[in-house]
Structure formats: C-alpha cells, structure tokens
Design a protein. Sequence first.
Length: 688
Amino acid sequence: MPDTAPAPTSPSPAHQVLGACPHDCPDTCALVTTVQDGVAVRLQGNAAHAPTAGVLCNKVSHYLERTYHPERLLQPMRRTGPKGSGQFEPVSWDVALDDIARRLGAIAARDPQAILPYSYCGTMGLVQGEAMAGRFFHRLGASLLDRTICSSAGGEALSQTLGAKVGMKVEFFAESKLILIWGSNAIASSVHFWRLAQEAKRRGAKLVCIDPRRSETAEKCHEHLQILPGTDAALALALMHELVVNDWLDHDYIARHTSGWEALRERALRWSPERAAGVCGIPAQQIRDLARDYGTTQPAAIRLNYGMQRVRGGGNAVRAVACLPALTGAWRHRAGGVLLSSSGWFPADRAGLQRPDLLAGRRPRTINMVTIGDDLLRPASAEFGPRIEAVVVYNSNPLAVAPESGKVVRGFARDDLFTVVVEQFRTDTADYADYLLPATTQLEHWDIHSAYGHTDVVLNRPAIAPVGESRPNTQVFRELAARMGFTDPCFTESDEALCRRAFAGKLDFDALLERGFASLQVPEAPFAQGGFPTASGRCEFFSERLARQGLDGLPDHVPNYEPAGSSKRYPLAMISPPARNFLNSSFVNVQSLRAIEGEPLLEMHADDAAARGIADRQVVRVFNDRGEYRCVARVSLRARPGVVNGLGIWWRKLGLDGTNVNQLTSQRLTDLGRAPVFYDCLVDVRPA
C-alpha cells in the first residue's frame, strides 16, 4: 500500500518588513521586523537609518513580547460587573459596534458635546493617532480635547521665542564642544542622542547635566547642577547675567537677529549668581563656572527635554533657556543652538488627515485632558456646558497618567458615564470600560511618523496580520461612522491612502516605501543668518503676542505653586520622572521589563530618610492633601535633600495599594500652554 501521509512541509523563507517605533520618544526609530510563516520572530533597529543606527532601546527591544503577550486583548468585551471590577464577557464586533453607535447616537441627539474623545500618544503615528478618529469626532460634533499632557508648555515657549518647535539638527551634537543636557535623562529617554553626546565627549567636549535628580545621565557627565524643581528659569537668567557682565556676547548676532534685547538685558542684570543660587539651591560658583563655559566655548549646544516644563513656570523656563544661544551666537554653528523639539520642521497635512472642516461651522467646547478628573465630576452648567455623558478612550490610559488620579477614578466610576476603551491590554482605564475593543499593535497596521528628535519621516508597514480579532484604530472609527450614518467619502479612505496623504506633495512616497524613511531638507545651521519662523524673522526675547494677552513679554522665573521648603505640613518636593524601563504607562505589563524595575520606588536622600526613621527598602506612604500612595523607599544619592523622586508611571493595579504616584499630583496648569504641573508637588513621607 502506498504511503498516503502528507509530506512534511518546510518553513517558508523569512522576510523582513520595514517599520517605525510608535512610542512617545524623540528618537522615532526605524524598525526591521523579520517574519516567518506569518509570525514576527525578530525585531531590530534599521541600520540604514542614521538616527537609529541599528540600535533600539531596552523597552522596544522587548516589543515582540508586547505583541504576543499572553494577556493581549483579542476580542471585543462588554462589562458585566461593577465599574472597575474588570469583569467582562466576550461579544462580537457587530454587537459591540451596533450598541456603541446606538448609545452615542442617543447622546448626540441631545448634545454631541456631551461626548468626549480622550487620547494622546499611545502611538505617535499620524494615521492611527488622530486621522480617522479626528474625522469621526469632528463629524459628530463632540467636545474637542486639548491634548496638553506632555509637551504643550515647552512647545508654546518655543513658538513664542523661536517661532515654532524647531532647533538644531541632532546629528551635529557630535561636533559640539560643550553640551548642556537640561532636564533630560538621555540614557533612558533618548538613547540615540546620548550616543552622539558620547561621541562629542570622546572628541573632548564637556557634558553638563542640569536636573534635580542625579540620574544615570548626570552620573556620566562632567558636571551636574542639581537644582531644585521649578528653578530652571532662575538659573538661565543668572547665566544671562554673567554673559552680560563679562561681555561673553555676540553683539552682531544680537543686533541683526534678535528683538527685545535691551529689556531682557535689564531683567537679566537683576539675577546675580547669588540670587539665583538661593532660589536654585546650588552654589553660586557653579553658576559662574557654567556661564564661563557657555560664554567662552564654541560651538555650544543645549539639549532640553520636557521634564523641566512640568511646573507652574515651565513655559517661562523654556523661553529663558531658548534665548541663550542667540546671546552667544551659538546659532552660527551647525553644532550650536538648542533642541527641545524638531516637530515644527515636518510639513504634515494634519488638517487633511483629521478634517476639522467636518465641524461645518460648529464650535464645540474644549476640555483640557489634564483636568479630566474635575471635568468628569462637573454638573452641567451655563459655563461648562452639558455634563460629560460618554468618553471614548484610545491611545491613552488616563487612570494611570492623568494627575490627581483619585478624582479621575471617581469620574470614570460614574454609573451614568458610558465609556468605550480601544486598547491592547486591560489597563487601569480598561477596567472601567462599558465596552473594551481590541486594538492592533504597530506590527499589525499601516502608519506614518514624524519625529521630535530628528528630521526624518518614517513609514510603518504591517508585518503580520492582526492578532486575534484586533483591529486598527482607523477601522474602528470607520465602522462607527458607517453605523452612525456618516456617508462622507473620507470615511472610506484606506490606511495606506492616509499615509500617502500625510506628506502629499512634500515627499516621494514611493521612495519612502522602498527605504522606510525619508529625510527633510533642513539647513545644517538653520539660524546662522537669522531667519527664525517668527513674525519678525528674529529670535524674540520679548514676545508681543504674549504682551497682547496681558502676559509678561519677557521670560522670568515663575515660582512653583508648591515651592520646595514652603510648607511645614509637606516639607518635601516630589518629582515623578519615568522609570527607566517604562514609557509613560506603556510596557509596565511586560514582565521582563517590570522584573527589572522590581516595584514602585521613591528615591530619598539619606538625611530625609533618617529624619523620618525610614530605612532603605522599607515600604512607605507618601501623602499630601490630594491623596496617599504606598511604595518602597530607596535611600539614594539620586535624590537631593528636600526632594524625593517618585519613579513612574506604574499601572495602579500593579502598585502596592491600587494607586500610583499621580494620586498626589495636581490638576493645576502651567503659565503657558495649559499643561500639567506633575513636578510641582509637595508631599511628606512616613513609614507605612
């Protein structure tokens, strides 16, 4: 009898797919995914992409663990138990979307502004971020969301000073002779910039870190100025003072390419190193030495990050720092200047993607995402408008990331609030959903990315089919639009077509398809001859636009709402920088990364710990009038006296007591940009 058993099949050849890292990081890496038999088996950085150089951070190196996580949400779910219980039953997509559309439609018939989208940068993609979602909510007439939770204070400051979110090209930091790393733990948050800084260091450059925390980056710099939180503007003004009195100024550059110099000079002369030292909590000589280095070294470069603007005066602080390169003429050199964000260089057609014209003349109210805790608890009023009756959450985890999270939890726990969450996992926020819809990861959909740390557009192609029943954000909103009777042709546009639209006429999309990335044509030294994208074409030390709003046209030191040392009840200032292996609240549930972090930590100086009878590795309670949070104390030189570092952002459900560090932060807003003040927070600490 012949053997009728099927012949064994050999694996199909592996192939590689080009993609982009979706996460909220300045580096926006280009990815290469190796796929075999429909399964992603390897993820690596694209060596052909200069900013990535084949290297990924430790977080994204574990992205396959995220994609194939055993707790991945793989089918639509409907709540069966009390809100917050995490009790759900599986349903079909048709059942879920039909009911969601019905319930949203009933609310919209009364007032569509009672519906609120809540999203941020769970993906930085222009397509899976706000393209089809923006179209849906604009057509619906829902409340608008002011997406301010990360960078808007610094972004507004750059716009008021330089004209846009622009700066020097990151690759030229390798040629700088002096680099100020200001408010940034680059080793954790921008590893590719750190590689360039190390290259400059090997060539003889001096690296100076300015940060309230003695971070991993601070340890590896030549100097560390460990200032108090919220005092960056005072330091910058004192540096200006020394530049003036020692005449370390480029008078020609100031005359040709700046405005408001005389007024800024007068203000700077009020800020002696001694005055600033008293505010910043550092020796005056440190300020003098840094000013001498900055004033006498060319080319000198400043790498800012967003931590420094998460205080009441954060916008003014960024404005003050952004003025410095124009005073010394650092902009004349391609390796001189300042970089906080490069996103303003990208000519993305956001209006074409998100279609605000679908509002058709309607002007819905705007809700600030920072104040979601208060706003979910507000009743209807003439001032506020209708009570929020429905929230659709995607690309965000507000119960973990929004400030004063005790109020956020109470808001989402409302029985009369209809909540839809589009997610990859059962996050803290997902536990409060009425419907939980499974979203694809970056390996499973099309997207296109700008960057805020370099000047390349990066394309993401799907490498594998969607896992389980997961769907891209775009598809979810297309199908909701169809069920709600939105027949506008824009709702049928494919994801690839949206990617093509993002930079249509600006980039060769076919070349982007082939290489996976494309570089913008940005001058090597963009402001060597002035030409700032301000109305005057100059670096504007004095902002007429701010003055017309009744604000100070000059940058100044604006004290914290809760300055260090100002309260006997809560004598410790707390900042909450990210844990090295997490990115906001992403990756917290990736077991290999959580194992490295161990448990939620609070870094304390030995003096502060001893005064409270706290030993290293002891469980403590951190508290203020807004709430209480339990974590493990780490007695460490990473914290300066009077300041504690609550490393975040843990999922609440994975913490020691069902809370995280945002139980303690406030919903107050910054001086510019309507942003949160996460690092403007007083607490006390006691043994648990």
